[in-house]
Design a protein around this ligand. Structure first.
Ligand code: UD1
Ligand code: CA
Length: 454
């Protein structure tokens, strides 16, 4: 089986410089979703027809294995686009055609279509829509057999009332497709070569058209403008939310939940409103996520609480930790069990040992922090000298007072206490109290200046 994905159109109605198939849905270009859906079908070849913005589209596919591109220099219609790919497909077997702007087609639906198509049949994926406007309508004869497809712009008022529409996805023997494509004409309202005219050709040769429906209509919704983009995005998000809820995840409002990647959840996970999950995220048993968090590529251990407005990317957090509200965990943050990171605390490339705390207004960058450390409010690691980054090592049981500057590279040995307001630029020995700030003094008998009389 060969697969052809049409992705050459400009997508005028998107009103954008970005080629339509590169507009992201659920965090990734539409075309990537289509590719993901077809991979499990193990096709011999996948051919993407590119044209408008072809360089950008090919670049976006650069890391996709086993992909070939066919150029459609002028966008003369979907039939013309399919034709451009035909020299690259094998005459043996069937060709499955998909559109790059129908991103949420499921693998299972395609499998059903392929089974219905068989080795010699014609398979067409259609769907019933309460509002069919914009789509090609399916015309059946009195026996219910599909005769042809009529595009909205070519349809009579009567035909426009038909609610069964073309999803654009079809499968047929490659030899026949090649033969029919050579006969396509563009004598229609848009002056285009329509792939949909293939159906009438097959039917006129007495070939039965087997129709299959998707499980949910949004699966086959085409995206032509920003309104459809938003609608399809939300429908997809609701379906992801539903799957998570079926698995036992508590979503305080499934309509305000966004997953742009994959989310693995243990038991009794709770997610408050307006959270966005990106990349690969794993939440262990009993994790709770407060409102308005952005969580990207993260592993969060059992019982950990992430409070509202926390932002994290590329992090690992142990069990029973408490993070936020308003914490920012940047890439390379690794937090052990029972750590506490409070409001307006930023961490980057920092490891923190068990039970350590940085509760208020602090920065730790390129730091190795031991266990049971208390890192005071307003303290920072000065890790960047303007040219290079340097490391700070804080051993177990250290207490860093408020408003300290730790000038890296520097090591603070086990059990040390740093007095508030210290600027530490030399190694700190274990155990003692280290203070590096101007001594406090009082001038007795000092008089405040008074305003001069004019
Ligand atoms: C098409 C179908 C319509 C169907 C609908 C489903 C035709 C003639 N019409 O209409 O029956 O209900 O999809 O979503 O097929 N493309 C090219 N080259 C071209 C033209 C289009 O590669 O010359 C690509 C586009 O990039 C897009 C896809 O084909 O990915 C569909 O094209 P579009 O113009 O969006 O077709 P619709 O008007 O939506
Ligand atoms: Ca479309």
């Amino acid at each position: 089986m060969n697969i052809v994905i049409l992705a050459a159109g400009q997508g005028k109605r998107m009103q954008s410089n970005l080629p339509k198939v590169l507009h992201p849905v659920a965090g990734r270009p539409m075309l990537m979703h289509v590719l993901e859906a077809v991979r499990p079908l193990a096709p011999q070849r996948i051919i993407v027809v590119v044209g408008h913005g072809s360089n950008a589209v090919m670049q976006a596919c650069a890391d996709q294995p086993n992909l070939a591109f066919a150029q459609q220099h002028q966008q003369l219609g979907t039939g013309h686009a399919l034709q451009q790919a035909m020299p690259m497909v094998d005459d043996k077997g069937i060709t499955l055609m998909l559109y790059g702007d129908v991103p949420f087609i499921r693998t299972e639906t395609l499998r059903t279509l392929l089974v219905a198509t068989g080795a010699n049949g014609f398979g067409l994926l259609t769907v019933n829509l309460p509002d069919p406007s914009g789509y090609g309508r399916i015309i059946r004869n009195a026996n219910g057999q599909v005769q042809r497809i009529v595009e909205q712009k070519d349809a009579t008022a009567q035909e426009r009332t038909i609610t069964e529409v073309n999803t654009g996805i079809l499968a047929a023997p490659t030899v026949h497709l090649k033969r029919w494509l050579a006969q396509l004409k563009n004598d229609n309202a848009q002056g285009e070569y329509y792939a949909t005219d293939l159906i009438a050709m097959a039917a006129s040769e007495g070939m039965p058209i087997h129709t299959v429906h998707p499980a949910a209509p949004w699966e086959t919704e085409g995206i032509n403008d920003k309104i459809q983009l938003a609608a399809v995005e939300r429908a997809y998000q609701r379906s992801q939310a539903r799957i998570l809820m079926e698995q036992g995840v508590t979503l305080l409002d499934p309509n305000r939940f966004d997953l742009r990647g994959t989310l693995h959840c243990g038991k009794d996970v709770s997610i408050d409103v307006n959270c966005v999950f990106e990349g690969e995220v794993a939440l262990a048993n009993g994790v709770s996520i407060g409102a308005n968090c952005l969580i990207k590529d993260a592993q969060i251990g059992a019982g950990t609480k992430i409070e509202a407005f926390t932002h994290m990317e590329n992090v690992r957090i142990g069990a029973n930790a408490k993070i936020g509200p308003y914490a920012r965990l940047r890439p390379g943050t690794v937090l052990s069990d029972e750590t506490h990171i409070g409001n307006f605390v930023e961490l980057k490339n920092t490891h923190m040992g068990r039970g350590s705390k940085a509760n208020h207004l602090a920065y730790l960058g390129d730091a190795q922090v031991g266990a049971a450390v208390n890192y005071g409010a307003g303290s920072i690691t000065a890790n960047y000298d303007g040219a290079n980054k340097h490391r700070t090592v804080i051993e177990d049981n250290v207490q860093v007072g408020s408003n300290c500057v730790l000038v890296a590279p520097v090591t603070i040995a086990q059990g040390a206490t740093i007095g508030a307001g210290s600027t530490i630029s030399k190694p700190v020995p274990a155990g003692g109290l280290t203070i590096a700030r101007a001594k406090q003094s009082t001038l007795a008998g000092w008089v405040r200046p008074a305003k001069l009389k004019k």
